[in-house]
Design a protein around this ligand. Structure first.
Ligand SMILES: C[S@@+](CC[C@H](N)C(=O)[O-])C[C@H]1O[C@@H](n2cnc3c(N)ncnc32)[C@H](O)[C@@H]1O
Ligand SMILES: Nc1nc2[nH]cc(C(=O)O)c2c(=O)[nH]1
Ligand code: SF4
Ligand SMILES: [Mg+2]
Length: 214
């Protein structure tokens, strides 16, 4: 049984695929935080910007089989999509708690490319087309290669230098969103400065928040 918090059609807001039309499938639950505000300070990941508890979001629910969830995702991709390749982004919560090879294979049979946003602490199933790893503090990585490494910055226990030699094609720093406007400006300036001083890293802004399309 797959537990999905919400699913929706939007643009990928972050990283190297920013701007690409995508179906987002947000799985419920995470291995680094319960999702309860009471637990945030003591969690292994403390800065999460997402509600991933339950299945009560838009197009959320419980899906018994890979085909049922793949059909649901397919129904959110536009019918008149021209030459675009259908694209689904699995996120969460932590998607690698639930995503499996047979769901990926079913989506491939429907013509989808499959992308994943993960905290990198769990081994991925085979078949993922675009893997984005976003390390969290001192939590050890089970994944050390992929398409993009997108580090939320700054994290005192996860400096970029810890990841600069890993086997990724793109290296991004994404300013930590504190939900506080002035603090966000300072964080973005610090991130910009780090990228200018260490040009291996590029700036990833959360464009869906800036442009307000989500
Ligand atoms: C909500 S997470 C879900 C996927 C997975 N659990 C992970 O952490 O990568 C999706 C993306 O949002 C990023 N993110 C979470 N909270 C953030 C925040 N406060 N500011 C900026 N990015 C954040 C994560 O690092 C990750 O790249
Ligand atoms: N538009 C949009 N792009 C995103 N890229 C990664 C996101 C995530 O929460 O995983 C996200 C999100 O929540 N919305
Ligand atoms: S690992 Fe991802 S989903 Fe889990 S609490 Fe951190 S940012 Fe949120
Ligand atoms: Mg998000």
């Amino acid at each position: 049984m797959y537990h999905v918090k919400e699913a929706f059609y939007t643009l990928q807001g972050e990283g190297a695929q920013a701007g690409r039309a995508s179906v987002f499938c947000r799985f419920s639950g995470c291995n680094l935080w319960s999702g309860r505000e009471d637990d945030r300070a003591s969690a292994q990941c403390t800065f999460c910007d997402t509600d991933f508890i339950g299945t009560d979001g838009i197009n959320g629910g419980r899906f018994a089989t890979p085909k049922a969830l793949a059909n649901h995702i397919n129904s959110l991709w536009p019918i008149h999509a021209g030459r675009a390749t259908p694209y689904v982004v699995f996120t969460g919560g932590e998607p690698l708690l639930q995503l499996d090879a047979s769901l990926i294979a079913t989506l491939h049979s429907y013509g989808f490319e499959v992308a994943v946003e993960t905290n990198g602490t769990l081994a991925p199933p085979p078949g993922i087309d675009w893997l984005c790893v976003s390390p969290k503090g001192a939590n050890p990585l089970a994944v050390t290669q992929g398409d993009e490494l997108k580090l939320v910055f700054p994290q005192s226990t996860a400096p970029p230098s810890n990841f600069a030699d890993l086997d990724f094609n793109h290296f991004f720093l994404q300013p930590m969103d504190h939900g506080v406007p002035n603090q966000n400006i300072e964080t973005t300036q610090a991130t910009t400065a780090y990228c200018m001083a260490h040009p291996q890293w590029r700036l990833s802004l959360q464009t869906h928040k800036i442009a307000g399309f989500e």
